[in-house]
Ligand binder design. Structure first.
Ligand code: ZN
Ligand code: ZN
Length: 401
């Protein structure tokens, strides 16, 4: 990529600053939950047509939207943004705070959409010079609904076929103005887990006549954490967290059933195999020894781990260093045990990588982590960088793949 192209992309992104901010703030005020992003999808489609993109396809993967920028040659690369919000009550005094009770863009997907719209505007303006086409993928249902799978099922990776794909995620552990890159594992396999312990009810004063499911569940909880800490290779990164425990009806009655609901995260497959083996075999024996029965349900189609493709990461790194300077590009030292359904694109055989757009700004008070009720960012500062990075990454992918 010529240096003048990079400079032109960044300059164009800076001119888009007011529009990028307005787009993100509109989306922030009107968040929609996973797989119900109808207004967001309509907003995206309208903006794409406004930008001058003639090929806009709604309804890909239910509420997903795809735009296609045609280039000079037949090859095509992809850029992806997720669109859904979280079921969370926002705590904010900002004028653009959520207008919808119990819904909030607390993962920054509003910013992702704005950045991809910005990239679309930049790329559309230089499309007569692009060495190929760019597919703009606005994906629904990232937060637990595996929206990526719906879009892949509807053929988003075909017609035209993608040679490579990139995405960004805002990151509170990276400073605003910087780009984070990560080689290898980036996010974990994430699977919902439900454990039901069935005992036998009895009078609270005669536990010997029943099986106290609460007491058994307490043992089970400790056994699971102890198994992970003492009987698996700690170099394999994995965890089990229960966010819900339910059971019992009255203070003076033995609970006959307790339900533990949580999530299992893993990077290396060996760690997962060990945990599943324990839950299905050894925990059953342990619970059985105390007179109770066990049911273990592990989600069949959880998110696979995100494994970034080295060549795509190289492209992102080169684009970021050229555009922002080497001092503004940082290697992300560790993967995280969060889940991310962008992993489905890589699993489908397309070279794929996600990079991070830093948003941490302690001076301005932007430090609240993602998925918290006070999550926010200095959008006017970070969105132009995100839009420019998406556009430059697409151009470079077209040159390299
Ligand atoms: Zn999230
Ligand atoms: Zn997210």
């Amino acid at each position: 990529m010529r240096r003048s192209t990079t400079a032109g992309i960044l300059a164009h992104a800076m001119r888009l600053k007011p529009r990028l901010g307005a787009w993100r703030r509109h989306l922030h005020m009107y968040p929609e939950p996973s797989m119900r992003e109808d207004e967001t999808a309509a907003f995206v489609a309208e903006r794409l047509r406004e930008i001058g993109i003639d090929k806009v396809t709604p309804g890909v993967g239910q509420t997903g939207v795809v735009g296609l920028i045609r280039g000079r040659r037949a090859k095509t690369v992809g850029l992806r943004a997720d669109m859904d919000a979280l079921e969370l009550e926002e705590e904010s005094a900002a004028p653009y705070r959520s207008r919808r009770p119990g819904l909030m863009h607390a993962c920054g997907h509003d910013a992702h959409v704005a950045c991809l719209l910005g990239a679309a505007a930049i790329l559309q303006e230089i499309n007569d010079r692009l060495p190929g086409g760019v597919k703009l993928i606005f994906q629904p249902g990232e937060e637990g609904s595996a929206g990526a799978r719906f879009m892949i099922g509807d053929g988003v990776l075909e017609r035209p076929k993608l040679r490579a794909i990139a995405a960004l995620h805002v990151a509170m552990d990276t400073d605003a103005g910087k780009i984070g890159i990560r080689r290898g594992y980036d996010t974990a396999r994430a699977e919902d887990l439900r454990i039901v312990i069935r005992g036998k009810t009895a009078h609270a004063a005669r536990p010997d006549q029943g099986v106290d499911a609460i007491a058994v569940a307490s043992q089970a909880l400790i056994a699971i954490q102890q198994f992970i800490a003492r009987h698996t290779n700690l170099v394999d990164r994995k965890l089990v967290t229960f966010g819900i425990i339910r059971g019992g009806t009255r203070a003076n009655v033995l609970a006959d059933e307790v339900e533990l609901i949580g999530t299992m995260r893993s990077l290396e497959p060996e760690g997962r195999t060990a945990m599943v083996g324990f839950l299905k075999r050894d925990l059953r024996r342990l619970v059985g020894a105390m007179g109770a029965r066990l049911r273990v349900e592990i989600e069949k189609d959880g998110y696979p781990p995100l494994l970034n493709d080295d060549r795509v990461v190289d492209v992102v790194e080169a684009a970021a260093k050229e555009m922002l300077g080497p001092g503004n590009v940082a290697e992300v030292p560790k993967p995280n045990l969060g889940g991310e359904d962008f992993s489905f694109f890589g699993l489908a055989g397309i070279p794929a990588a996600m990079f991070r757009l830093g948003i941490r700004d302690a001076k301005k008070g932007f430090t609240s982590p993602g998925h918290s009720s006070t999550f926010d960012m200095d959008d006017r500062r970070v969105l132009p960088i995100g839009a420019a990075m998406m556009a430059a990454t697409a151009v470079r992918m077209l040159e390299e793949f």
